[in-house]
Design a protein around this ligand. Sequence first.
Ligand SMILES: [Zn+2]
Length: 147
Amino acid sequence: MKNQSVISKPPDKLILPRQLRQQIVEHCRQMAPLEACGLLSGKPDRVKTVHRMTNTDSSREHYTIDPREQFELFKNLRGTEDLVLAIYHSHPHSEAYPSEEDKKLAFYPTVVYLIVSLEKQQPEFRGFIIDQEKTVREIPIKFLNTD
Ligand SMILES: [Zn+2]
């Protein structure tokens, strides 16, 4: 899938400033027990902005990003230097690992699929590249302190 607004090569890590990490955690906790989802944009491989999206499935076990919201974001990113780097969603009751459904519905082989597990008291963040053969490769998430 070719899309100018999406990172063109899978990054080998994702840098996430701590305040953005916190925004994601808040979104995921607000939506629980339903799954939350959203997109992260910035310049490879550092996240600059969190974009909350509507999970049109309203489900505890899967998500679909509202296609109109996603289209709108892609449109807004065009003409800027920022790209979609990652797609995040929460697992309110399970580990931070892609489900079979997540793999099946991973259509962007270059973006990071960031999964936030709320299963334990401390939210767990893990990032994965899922290629066209649905092979899952974990990449590190580096949290960055910003003042
Ligand atoms: Zn999932």
